[in-house]
Every structure is written in C-alpha cells, then in structure tokens.
Design a protein around this ligand. Sequence first.
Ligand code: CS2
Length: 488
Amino acid sequence: MLTLGNIRNVAPSVHLPEYNPTDIKTGIVHFGVGNFFRAHEALYIEKILKAEPTWGIVGVGLTSGDHSRKKAAMFKAQDCLYSLTECAPTGERSVRIIAALRDYLLAPEDPENVLAYLSNPDIHIVSMTITEGGYNINEATGQFDLNAPAVQNDLKNPEKPETVFGYVVEGLRRRRAAGVKAFTIMSCDNLRHNGDVARKAFLGFAQARDPELAKWIEQNATFPNAMVDRITPTVTTEIAQQLNAASGLEDELPVVAEDFHQWVLEDNFADGRPDLARAGVQFVSDVTDYEHVKIRMLNASHIMLSFPAILLGYEHVDQAVKDPALKNNVENFLTRDVIPTLKAPPGVNLQQYMQSVLSRFSNPAMADQTLRIAGDGCAKIQVFWTETVRNLLLEKKDCSRIAFGMAAYLEMLRGVNALGQTYTTSEPAYTQAQEALIHSDDYAAGLQLPAFDAWRDLDSSALNLKVIELRKIIRNQGVKAALATLPA
Ligand code: CS2
C-alpha cells in the first residue's frame, strides 16, 4: 500500500512530489473528492506546493454509506496519497504520485472537524466538484430550491449540517463571529457561469438562514467563474489493477485521465490564492466565452454521442466515436446547431476545437465509459444543451439532431440495448413517478421529465413530435435507421 513511509520506493519512472508532504499546511477545503478533482485541481495544486507549501487540500466527502466509508478509510490508510496516470492517445503514459491532498474527512462522521477547518483562518479557499445537478437550482424557476429535504434539515439544524450549503454557510457564520475573513467559494463543476450558480446557491441558502449573514457573505466572499476540462474515466476494480500492474504501485485509489487539461479562471479571490498561473491556469477577466465553448461543444457532444452509443452496445467513448454514423451526427450537431451560436474566445478556432474534441474522444488509452457520460443525464441535458435548444426553437431552425439526442436519451433510459443486453443508468434526480414515465408505453410520456424543463416556456411542439417519431424508429428499427432520417 502506498504510504508516506514507502513513497520513495517506487519505479524511477514514477514522478514523486518535489517537496516533503509532511511540511505541507492546508489552505483549501474541497468538497466532492471525485476522480475529476483528483486529476485536475489537485494536480494544479500539486505543481505549486514546492514553492507555496501552505496550500495543501483538505478533502471532504458528503455522502455516507459503505462505499464512502471505504474510500475514506483508504485515504487515511494511504496518508491521502494516490497516483495519477496520464494517457496520451499514442499510448504513452506518465505516472505521478499526488500528495496535495493532506487530509480527508467524511462529513457525516466528522461534522465538527469539517466546520473547524472551514472556520480556521488558514483556510482561504473552499472549492467543490459536486456535479452539475448538485447546486440544487430548479432550472425551471432558476432559483435555489429551499424545499429540498436536506436543505430543510440544514435550515432547521444549522449547526449540524448535511449539505455543502449548510456546511459552508455555518463555516462562514463562525468566521464572521470570530472576525475572520470570508473565503473564496470556487466551483469546479461544468456549469454555465459556475461561480454565479454557486453564488446563487450559497446566498439562497444563507438568505433563508439569516439575511444579515447572507449580506455579509455577499459583501465578503467571492465566487470566481471557471472553465475546467479534463476527461477522467471511472476507475473500476479491474482498471485499478491494470493501472497498478503498469505503474508497479500498490495504490488503492489510482486515477487515470487523458493527457490534456485546462483551467481558465477569473481572478476574483476573497482571501488570497496561490500562484496557479505557474501551474498553467489561465487567468482571465471573463470566462464566459471559454465556458460556453467547452460546455456546449465538448460536454454537449459527449452526451450526444454516448446516449445512442449505449443503445448500440458501445461501452467506451473511443469505440463510439469510431462509428462513422455517430461521429457524423456529432459533427453535424456541432457545425450546424452549436458553432453558429458561439463566440470564439481569443486564440480559439472553433473548427479546430471541434477536431481536438473528437480526437480527445478517440483516445483509446483510457477507455472512458459511455455510461459514465450518460449518468445524471437529467442535469447534463439541462446544463449542456439548453442554450442550443433555445436558440434553435427561437430561430425556428431544424431541430432534428436535438430531437434525435432527446429520443436516444429516452430510449437509453429504458436500460436495454440493441443486442438485448441490460445495463443500469444512474439518474439520481428522478422520483418514482418520473421513473414510471421512462417505462411508460406512451412515447410522449418521457417528454414530461425535468431534463427538458429549461425550454418548456417556448413552443416546442414540432421538436416534441420529432422526438416521438425518432423514438419509434429507434425502438423498431434501431439507432442507425433513425440517424439515416436526419438531414445529411
Ligand atoms: C463529461 C465530463 O460527465 C460528462 O458528461 O462530459 O465529465 C467530461 O469528461 C469533462 O467535463 C471533461 O472536462
């Protein structure tokens, strides 16, 4: 097992921290220590720690259950060390041990410790990767949902929170009471204006809890917007074994990612920040155009590719993008429906961006999973497709590719592919009644799902009819037959 005690006993090809991890102090608390965070923000921090050893990270997990407990136990056992394998499309790999994570807490088991960190003046940034759907914003109203049961709990028991909103706001209350500066709240999720969404969510919660406190947070905390990018597959037990066999490590928590990574960030920090530019972060005054390009091109085409790919039985994204019919559909979607609505940020050519996205998708070295991409499609459709769909509807343009994507999503949710194999999709947001819509015999029923709420105020009757028509074709003749009906 990888620990601080044996960290130097590794193959010479493994890159080691260039600092002594025991010298590191923590300056960041991060909620949601998933693979993306471990391959992205943690790597950027890893690169600055030698020069700035006060910016180590405290990871916080919010979920309970066996899986979470096991993960927390492994972090503890490994002194929070783990390996990151970066894979180039050529098959070249590079392995490094990341020591930026200096503590890991499972919030439900250690709530006071989490709050102690949050109120500690040494913590200057609270970052998070809590997923697109994790901000508890109702897309139809655009407001923070105060009725969610966990939020209600945190409003009733503010000193024993369950949600990230409850923790962060209670931490800020304690800072204010103790005369400590507010920290920066830094979202690293794939959202349009993730900082603004985070502001809305945290202030929405704080306002309901204590308007005075909300005002203080508004005036003192900051919420920089960011565009974050790195494809980071799920690590199954089998993949973990392969990674360890290749690296020679005995790592219980290995992560794998593509070789590409990007972070464009607004320089808006309430209480200082490390010199992240030295690790490659691009600081800009406005990330809007970068975010739009990334979310509406990369993430949007990821789901446009993966929903039908799952129906065709493709497990991995690189297999799917090698299928000419699927690739052609993504290219048409980007070229005709998305790119005309985008403004290219400085130095970015959108045609080249599309080619680089397709080439990143075709990286076979990391075997990214179509089911990973399709997971929580409800939130992803709303975040990744909304502007494109609204634009097509408002301009009365051809909606057939979006209709195909929606039809493929609804058919994919049924859990059986064209080969008759079953699979499980993950849709944490759906209620039982919504699950029933998925399995209804009525092709129109699924259109009521909240995945499509963000354009319900517009006339979508033609789009909806097309979705129904394409569902029937997919169901009776298959994905390829449906694709063949789309404009060439
Ligand atoms: C994917 C992202 O989950 C998804 O829908 O599109 O995880 C994607 O791999 C990352 O955003 C890449 O930066």
